[in-house]
Write a protein that binds this ligand. Structure first.
Ligand code: HEM
Length: 507
């Protein structure tokens, strides 16, 4: 019977695909097949999705690519600033994260800020925004970061410099970021970098489980057929089995901390971490608190470490930039009458405009969150008249946008911090719809200031004392990246640390 029905099914699908074709997205130079759409090209390129989509966007006059996998997924990836402004701000209400994405992350992040839409997102966003604007949280972040720099990072680098040891800088920065985000979110220090700078083997169990859960969950997004991960989860086999275990470990660990904090509720009000601030209101159950905290962890865990890994790689071949940063730090030391090795206060960090520009420029080319997707709730039209259908996924690519000559000029591939400086030498920001590294509109990143505090503290402290040389890589070759939520370097970043003789020295 199936054999006899096959021609009829094919006939109907062919005509259905013809009707859909009138409204399906197209991509300049990308072939679409009847019944299969762009699926063959996607399957061929999904292991290099970021580079593939970037190549297509750079070739497209509209600065976007469309894809259509019949019966599975339809959508667009755009690097066009007008599209981004439309989706993230002008018609924000029509572009939620969407049920597909939320369902994939739900067993890990529940309904936390990062993984919710509508009212559930709104109340968390309102409360979290209030917390993030307080002076006390800012002071707490500065202190947490400075302690990690002074007691752990600098001793580690001093020892590595003396021993001529090769360090994986990406690993060191990830441990740093995990420690500080846990202190700020939970008030708990997992000591992934131990006091005195020891790199404990195996890191913390919590960091390991969290990393594993995040990496495995990304695999769900790359399955063209959503049913396949659901079936694996139902059967409890393969990656879904490992994912279940990793999620259970993360939840147990986080729950223990939430309960312990509740039990010591008398001290809650006097503490500054995000968990204590949400717990103090007594409005939320333990699971809600756990999910809120996990959302902060996922947001702040690998973003700053990714940004800094690419930054140190870029600057290792740009001694002029390293020397200028060290010079700026020296000027600020002189004006504040502080000595090398002393902590940098918030105001000192704020005055480091060149360093701010150097980091911003590095993230333009290597954005920590290279692509980010929303879904379209109801049929819509982009500013240039292009149709977007209900249920389509719409993704903006900060990575492709950073490489568009139409946005950044003909020298867009050049690392040039000066492009961010005004005539007075101060930092000159760009529209968030052209520089989409921290997202834009109502859902813009809440941790941007905290991220700059952390990144500037690390870079200023490191380059004040050391030069960082990348070892074992072809000169000029761009390291490969891992396909994940954040732009991580494949195989890490091996470096050697050298003490600077003076601040102009990077050789
Ligand atoms: C260089 C570092 C960082 C970059 C590039 C960055 C980038 C982003 C991006 C692209 C988003 C939007 C993601 C989405 O679609 O949901 C986002 C959201 C968010 N970020 Fe960051 N982030 C950074 C650091 C941090 C840090 C350190 C925190 C601190 C906890 C943080 C907290 C958040 C939160 C809470 C959201 C969710 C906002 C919402 O959905 O309303 N971020 N960030």
């Amino acid at each position: 019977v199936l054999f006899l029905l096959l021609p009829i099914v094919l006939y109907i699908s062919y005509h259905l695909s013809g009707a859909l074709a009138k409204k399906k997205p197209t991509t300049h130079g990308l072939k679409s097949y009847p019944l299969l759409g762009h699926l063959p090209a996607f399957l061929k390129n999904r292991h290099r999705f970021l580079d593939w989509s970037t190549e297509l966007i750079l070739r497209s006059p509209e600065q976007r690519m469309g894809f259509w996998f019949p019966g599975m997924l339809t959508g667009m990836v755009t690097g066009n600033p007008a599209d981004v402004e439309h989706v993230l701000r002008a018609n924000f209400g029509n572009y939620p994260k969407g049920a597909r994405s939320i369902s994939m992350l739900h067993d890990f992040l529940g309904g936390g800020l990062f993984n919710s839409d509508g009212e559930q997102w709104q109340w968390q966003r309102k409360n979290a925004s209030l917390e993030f604007s307080t002076r006390s949280l800012r002071g707490f972040v500065v202190d947490a970061v400075q302690t990690e720099v002074a007691d752990r990072l600098l001793p580690l680098l001093r020892r590595a410099a003396a021993a001529g040891e090769v360090l994986d800088m990406q690993d060191v920065l990830e441990r740093f970021a995990f420690d500080t985000i846990c202190v700020v979110s939970f008030g708990h220090d997992p000591c992934c970098l131990a006091d005195g700078g020891a790199l404990t083997e195996g890191k913390s169990g919590f960091m390991h489980a969290f990393g594993e859960a995040q990496d495995l969950i990304v695999g769900r997004f790359l399955e063209p057929v959503a049913a396949s991960w659901k079936i694996k989860r139902w059967l409890n086999i393969g990656t879904e089995r490992r994912l279940k275990k990793a999620i259970a470990d993360v939840h147990d660990f986080a729950m223990d901390i939430v309960r312990a904090r509740r039990e010591s509720s008398s001290s809650v009000k006097s503490r500054d971490d995000v968990l204590s601030r949400f717990a103090a209101s007594d409005e939320h159950g333990d699971e809600v608190l756990r999910d809120i905290v996990l959302s902060f962890l996922i947001a702040g865990r690998e973003t700053t470490s990714s940004a800094l890994t690419w930054f140190f790689w870029l600057v290792s071949s740009r001694p002029d930039v390293a020397a200028r940063i060290a010079g700026e730090v020296r000027t600020i030391r002189a004006s504040t009458r502080t000595n090398p090795g002393e902590p940098f206060g918030f105001d000192m960090l704020r005055d480091m405009s060149y360093l701010h520009a150097a980091l911003t420029e590095s993230m333009r080319l290597y954005p920590p969150v290279p692509i980010d997707s929303q879904s379209c709730a109801a049929d819509d039209t982009l500013p240039d008249g292009t149709h977007v259908g209900a249920g389509w996924s719409i993704t903006y690519s900060a990575y492709a946008m950073g490489r568009l000559a139409a946005v950044w000029g003909e020298d867009c591939m050049e690392y040039r911090p000066e492009r961010w400086l005004g005539e007075d030498g101060g930092f000159r920001p760009e529209s968030p719809f052209r520089y989409t590294v921290f997202h834009a509109g109502p859902r813009t990143c809440l941790g941007k200031e905290m991220a700059y505090v952390q990144m500037k503290s690390i870079v200023a402290s490191v380059l004040e004392e050391f030069a960082v040389d990348v070892v074992g890589q072809d000169t000029g070759a761009v390291p490969e990246h891992v396909l994940s939520v954040t732009l991580r370097m494949k195989g890490g970043l091996p470096v050697q640390i050298r003490r600077r003789v003076n601040s102009n020295d990077n050789v």
